[in-house]
Design a protein around this ligand. Structure first.
Ligand SMILES: O=C(O)CCC(=O)C(=O)O
Ligand SMILES: [Fe+2]
Length: 345
């Protein structure tokens, strides 16, 4: 694996090399496939995202107020910071060391997990077309639930000490997800268990992303604008470097770093279940010249045999469904046929 890129390189094949390696020795002009002409990275003031405190749901005194906060965070932002979520500072530190350790493995070690032709899981980037601009990042994406859907050459083949950390984190994250879904049902005034039914033991995947520094961050995008096709997404800004931006009323708002918090965002399926009341926000990730950024995301999708549509308990003649109801599998097929560009709604 070469680490230096010849200066006269005209055609660059992003599938042959990681962005992490490219960024160690970037050529004076970056490969065309990363250069975007339509960039607008405004200097919007970082606004503090709403903060939801899980502990307050346990107290009789604070519960109602916190539910109201959760409800307005999902209506107005579709994204919020979660504190007192049950993953301790020490555990977050272990996750950070584990994920940083993974990305600092030698290239040939990481390439063992390389995305295989025709697949989307594994390490690297999925190149859909030569014309499409590539994101300035390397990713490791894998299905983690149901367990029988795990690819035998990905999760089980990770270094054992890292797997132990991931096992711990995933179990905690699943508990957080389940608790949040119960709270969201209450906030939306849905029938109890209605969303849990779609969520519980559903499809879940994990994505770790390494965004290297870039000499010309204004010319590239770490991760292009999109919304998530999930019920909810749990984001860990692993190494405390900012870069995530969320589209709020047409303005890109940078997401601040709140130490030891996790970020939760509403996904497209929750927008559908809530019949459009909660917003699945468009978001993207930028990069910078100074420090690499690492994130880890847990996508909570839905049970494969679930029906995805507006919650029956929210629908009435006065509040007709704004979305059609589809079997989850059909929904996923439609989603992937949209080439994961933009939104599944
Ligand atoms: O890295 C981030 O902050 C965001 C990642 C993300 O939005 C995604 O993987 O869908
Ligand atoms: Fe996302």
């Amino acid at each position: 694996m070469a680490t230096a890129v010849p200066e006269n390189l005209i055609v660059f094949d992003p599938s042959s090399m990681s962005v992490q390696e490219l960024a160690k020795n970037p050529p004076p002009s970056l490969p065309q496939c990363y250069l975007r002409e339509d960039q607008n990275i405004p200097d919007a003031e970082p606004e503090s995202l709403p903060i939801i405190d899980m502990k307050r749901f346990l107290s009789e005194e604070h519960r109602e107020a916190e539910l109201k906060k959760l409800d307005s965070a999902c209506r107005e932002w579709g994204i919020f910071q979660l504190v007192n979520h049950g993953v301790s500072e020490e555990e977050l530190e272990k996750v950070r060391n584990g994920v940083e350790g993974f990305f600092s493995l030698p290239p040939q070690e990481k390439m063992k997990y390389k995305i295989r032709p025709g697949d989307i899981e594994g390490y690297g980037s999925v190149i859909r077309s030569q014309a499409e601009k590539q994101d300035w990042c390397d990713r490791f994406y894998m299905t983690i639930n149901p367990i029988h859907k795990r690819k035998p050459y990905l999760y089980p083949e990770l270094p054992p000490s890292f797997r132990t950390v991931l096992d711990m984190y995933i179990e905690k994250a699943q508990n957080i997800g389940m608790t949040l879904v119960g709270l969201l049902e209450k906030a939306l005034k849905m029938e109890e268990g209605e969303m849990k039914e779609v969520f519980e033991d559903g499809l879940q995947s994990l994505r770790m992303t390494y965004y290297p520094t870039c000499p010309k961050p204004e010319q590239v995008m770490g991760l292009k604008a999109h919304s998530d096709y999930t019920i909810i997404t749990l984001l860990n800004q692993v190494n405390g470097v900012s870069g995530l931006q969320v589209d709020k009323n047409g303005v890109w708002v940078p997401v601040n770093i709140l130490p030891n918090s996790l970020v939760v965002n509403v996904g497209d399926i929750l927008e559908i279940i809530s019949n459009g009341v909660y917003k699945s926000p468009v978001h993207r990730a930028t990069v910078n010249t100074g420090k690499e950024r690492i994130s880890m995301v847990l996508f909570f999708v839905a049970k494969l045999d679930a029906e995805i549509g507006p919650a029956k308990s929210l629908i009435s003649p006065e509040n007709p469904p704004l979305f059609k109801t589809l079997e989850a599998e059909k929904y996923f097929n439609e989603y992937f046929s949209l080439k994961q560009q933009g939104r599944s709604l």
